[in-house]
Write a protein that binds this ligand. Sequence first.
Ligand code: KIV
Length: 259
Amino acid sequence: MQKLTIKKILNKKNKQPIACLTAYSKAIAQIADKYCDIILVGDSLGMVLYGMTTTKKVKIETMILHCKAVKDFTNKSLVIFDMPYKTYENKFIAYKNARKVMQLTNCDGIKLEGGKKIVNIIKYLIKKGIPVMGHIGVLPQTSTNFKVKGKNFIQKKKILDDAIAISNSGVFAIVLECVVEDLAKIITKSVSVPTIGIGASKYCDGQILVTDDMLGLSDFFPKFVKQYSNLKKVIEKSVKSYVRDVKLRKFPSDKNVYK
Ligand code: KIV
């Protein structure tokens, strides 16, 4: 398995769809690595794993632990670290934190939420040798709601301007979260780097989903998530069988005992 590089991801634009998923653990990383181009250690872990109501309280130390677990069991995919809220308030804070993250996790790059406003931060990090993935549209760290963006002209123009600004500042890909289809199509045609959609239509250069959502492990089922499994049901069935076996003294059986 050949390790993917930022250059290879850039080269996929207009050629091959880019498949991405989130991972927070060794087990998911090992599976995702076999098939995905990019694995994102997303700050969505705050809500998905820790039951927080927003991603705002996710700590960089928590992200580092999960990212290390993912990176240590990934060989081929690019592993991207999602910088948590308030860890990149200006270019110096961003660099200090991003450098620490890169050193401690050995990840391949970081992701930042924001458009024009953070261009100077993006440029500074890239100048310092840190690959950056952008994220525009719905921004879970700062958005007041999770409503689809780009339904009116003002929003469309703002998001397109943001996309062009961060693309020109050197990001290697842009996550487009929950934007209307025609805007995703225009942005994808207007920028030179791949767009990775989540709720942003087939016109993006790639797709990402939160793995727990598509596996049916979370309780979050918006329209843009296709559920590929219902792991909650599978796990419940197994837990129920185990408890029944214990109560009926069927487990452990002879097979599970040291003699
Ligand atoms: O935190 C995350 O998982 C993300 C994806 C939804 C793109 O940012």
